[in-house]
Ligand binder design. Structure first.
Ligand code: SAM
Length: 349
């Protein structure tokens, strides 16, 4: 295979089922913990990153993803950190695209801050990616700079335009922040309608730099989306949709724009009973739930057995059995998460 990526063995066909009967079909991979933005709710400005030799190589990431595909995972999302700043990332995207071509994977997607999207959009589409999620919390350039600290809105908008031009569907992810962007949801709904993009609003989670610098604090900024939805319903006709993107959003159709609007409510309305996801950190740690500290280290199974996927496949099956029933946000498990150093950029949002 091109670029040194190896063909991988088929596993036994039975899917990955956790201890609560949920079938795992969706893997999110944090391609890198590094990012070219420093969003206030995600990372502190002086965040330290993991040593490079602890980060899986692109070949190792391909190997773990392919093992998951062999065990029935149908959807892969590359995230981070910022996935599109990892050198050579397109090699990984093209390699994973072989599973789409083989029909063993339904979807390969990317979550990005959009800063490098103009450069990569056409290549992503050529590799079989059909949609991307772009994080965009505001359409105001000054506010954008305040939230992302290092980002430029203009580049992200160029990236979104390039993605649309390349034929990629774009979903905008907006973290709802009390007192920061709550006055902009109407504008974002209208703009997404014009652009032909879906929009999801996301509740801010107590992860990362919880008492963030610069006056940002998760607790003070938390905005329950039930209240936001009720408020939006005064001005927009929101028709519930049965539609699922395979993720946790609950969707409505916005009558006035024809666009879709999703609500991701990890805190105000849990969706753990339908969870079909696990996350692989950039260092090869399998995070069984974003909101719990349980994780299984896969790197020893990757590096310890070159050329033999047997231990890795067996390790994945063992690991999945330990997936917790529900996240622990808002409970005593929260401090444990912080103690485990579980940052959004390492785990992958
Ligand atoms: N760099 C990429 C991006 O910006 O989309 C991918 C990684 S980023 C960690 C993935 C998503 O996590 C983004 O949509 C971001 O807004 C969200 N996120 C980060 N920290 C969060 C938090 N504390 N609560 C809720 N969402 C968060």
């Amino acid at each position: 295979m091109a670029d040194g990526f190896l063909p991988r063995t088929a596993a036994d066909a039975s899917p990955l089922i956790d201890g609560f009967g949920r079938t795992i079909r969706y893997l999110r991979l944090s391609v890198t913990d590094r990012c070219d933005f420093r969003c206030v709710y995600c990372m502190s400005e002086d965040v330290s990153f993991v040593p490079r030799d602890e980060v899986l190589t692109l070949e190792e990431m391909d190997r773990v993803c392919s093992a998951f595909v062999a065990l029935g995972v149908r959807k892969l999302r590359l995230t981070g950190g910022e996935p599109l700043i990892r050198r050579g990332v397109m090699t990984l995207v093209r390699a994973l695209g072989r599973h789409l071509a083989a029909g063993t994977l339904d979807e390969l997607t990317v979550t990005t801050n959009g800063s490098q999207l103009a450069r990569h959009a056409a290549e992503l589409a050529a590799a079989g990616v059909r949609r991307v999620n772009v994080s965009l919390d505001t359409l105001d350039p000054v506010r954008f700079r305040t939230i992302t600290r290092w980002g430029r809105l203009e580049r992200v908008l160029e990236g979104i335009a390039a993605a649309r031009a390349a034929g990629l569907a774009v979903k905008i992810n907006c973290v709802a922040l009390k007192g920061v962007n709550e006055d902009e949801f109407d504008r974002l709904i209208g703009w997404c309608g014009e652009q032909g993009c879906d929009l999801t609003l996301i509740e801010v989670m107590p992860l990362g730099d919880i008492d963030g610098a610069g006056g940002f604090s998760r607790a003070a900024q938390f905005l329950p989306l039930s209240a936001v939805r009720a408020d939006l319903a005064r001005r927009w006709s929101l028709e519930p949709l049965g539609f699922s993107s395979g993720g946790p959003a609950r969707w409505v159709r916005v009558g006035e724009t024809g666009g879709r609007l999703g609500f991701i409510t990890p805190l105000s309305e849990k969706f753990c009973e339908a969870c079909n996801r696990v996350r692989l950190t950039a260092t090869g740690s399998l995070a069984l739930c974003l909101g719990r500290s349980e994780a299984v280290e896969l790197r020893p199974l990757v590096r310890g057995y070159p050329g033999d996927d047997g231990p890795l496949l067996a390790g994945l099956r063992r690991a999945i059995a330990h997936k917790p029933d529900a996240h622990g946000f808002g409970t005593a498990a929260c401090p444990a998460l912080a103690a485990a150093g579980r940052l959004m950029n390492l785990t992958g949002g």
